[in-house]
Design a protein around this ligand. Structure first.
Ligand SMILES: CC(C)(COP(=O)(O)OP(=O)(O)OC[C@H]1O[C@@H](n2cnc3c(N)ncnc32)[C@H](O)[C@@H]1OP(=O)(O)O)[C@@H](O)C(=O)NCCC(=O)NCCS
Length: 167
């Protein structure tokens, strides 16, 4: 199946979206557009090229800071003592009917590529994400994200790692 990715707008149907986590469904249905408009978090969605205009998946990104003390000891060396700039993946979810087809990985890679583009214009030390639960954390661990010290569900990946692995 081919997918079209674009910034969230009013042309799609969000009502039926169900990723299995009510909070993430509710975010897309109730808050994503207003946060997008207000510049708080930008949401990108995908719909199928051929099927209906139902949202198949989405992710939201915004900027964030990572406290130096949150980083594992071996990542702290040589860094300033003030908070470090980061891009946060605030939400990332795939509709249950579309899970297991590589869309989650595709969304994460899109986020990494976005961070690479931004990092040529503005300082970004890392990409960070707050996993919803342990299962979501397991997904991010697969792709090289590293747990932060002070929150068992928050992870990060340094930009230099992303730049090394992305073409
Ligand atoms: C987690 C989630 C985004 C994965 O999306 P998906 O489209 O099913 O994942 P993909 O098909 O791209 O899977 C890519 C790889 O990750 C693995 N994977 C998927 N979910 C995983 C999980 N929870 N833990 C560990 N690995 C996982 C797949 O087995 C696959 O491995 P493979 O490449 O060796 O086959 C999706 O299950 C989801 O939306 N869950 C509910 C919301 C959620 O937890 N979001 C996370 C952010 S809070």
């Amino acid at each position: 199946m081919e997918w079209i990715f674009f910034p969230l707008d009013g042309s799609v149907n969000r009502d039926n979206f169900d990723c299995g986590i009510p909070e993430l469904n509710e975010y897309l249905q109730k808050y994503a557009r207003q946060n997008h408009r207000k510049g708080i978090a930008i949401t990108f969605i995908a719909i199928s090229e051929t099927a209906s205009r139902n949202v198949a998946d989405y992710y939201s990104v915004s900027m964030a800071e990572i406290r130096r003390e949150s980083l594992p000891e071996n990542y702290r060396r040589g860094l300033p003592r003030y908070p470090l700039p980061a891009m946060r993946i605030a939400q990332l979810a795939v509709d249950i009917t579309m899970q297991g087809r590589g869309l989650g990985k595709e969304l994460l890679m899109q986020c990494f590529k976005k961070a690479v583009r931004l990092s040529s214009e503005v300082g970004i030390f890392a990409v960070t994400v707050d996993a919803f639960d342990k299962e979501a954390k397991a997904f991010y661990l697969r792709y090289g994200l590293i747990p932060l010290e002070d929150n068992t569900l928050s992870l990060f990946i340094p930009m230099r790692t992303i730049l090394n692995v992305l073409p």
